[in-house]
Design a protein around this ligand. Sequence first.
Ligand SMILES: C[S@@+](CC[C@H](N)C(=O)[O-])C[C@H]1O[C@@H](n2cnc3c(N)ncnc32)[C@H](O)[C@@H]1O
Length: 281
Amino acid sequence: MVISVKKSRPTEGEDIEIGLLIEALYQRYGYDFRDYSRASVKRRIMRRLSLDGFANISQMQHRLLEDAEFVDTLLQDLSINTTEMFRDPDFYMALRKKAVPLLKTYPSIKIWLAGCSTGEEVYSTAILLSEEGLYKKSIIYATDFNDHVLKKAKAGILPIEVMRGFTSNYQQGGGEEEFSKYYISDKRSVIMRGALKKNIVFANHNLVTDGVFGEMNMIVCRNVLIYFNRRLQNRVLSLFTESLVRKGLLCLGSKETIDFSESAHDFRSISAKEKIYEKKQ
Ligand SMILES: C[S@@+](CC[C@H](N)C(=O)[O-])C[C@H]1O[C@@H](n2cnc3c(N)ncnc32)[C@H](O)[C@@H]1O
């Protein structure tokens, strides 16, 4: 059965109601989407309105205040979890060529993957580090504010049909091993090998409300800032600046940049196209 979702644009009145709904979500439950890009939040809320057949946003707000389970539905709607292994392969190639030589200079390496979603990016990083002989001396802190995706990330189980695309990404990103050596498969799914999980710590961390993660050698936060408005982007970038050691690396997504932000002067670019920056001395 195909469910058709009416993608209506909110009217001016609905715009105001959406603002109130976001405020209610914060006041009542502490989830703060007030500084998320409003266009994307609106789209997700209008989609939920249509899917659940609410007559209007006020009716949806009423449900939100009465029904804790609906809060969870809305949170899943608002946290967009799209991800891939070796997503944007050129980025991983740049990591190998530009970041790895710098990481090799450290006796031990701390990496924070913020907004790690269901873990594909985490396992990609673990694979790259192990191929470069760095995994044993690394610890990866993989965080997200969504417990559902963190649970999946910890399990490291993926549907088998996505592996062909991920293998191609891996190869384009400079991987030269047999990709299947990194997982065990059965007919329907694959599970990432335990050895890759050894130095990964999964934790809940909300970039809007939580604090610094200290003394990181590299922070990877890709395809997350894109959902935030300028003020929140500035807050999060300054959190990253504080969390990095001197000469620590910051990696953003292909559509994200540190240019024009309040933290721009704290970094120099080491790969402009792949959005890899080094914190100045
Ligand atoms: C589109 S995914 C990106 C996943 C991965 N970084 C990648 O590039 O493939 C965005 C992730 O950011 C997380 N996220 C959104 N807002 C967040 C916040 N305030 N704190 C922590 N994580 C957040 C979402 O839950 C989601 O898993």
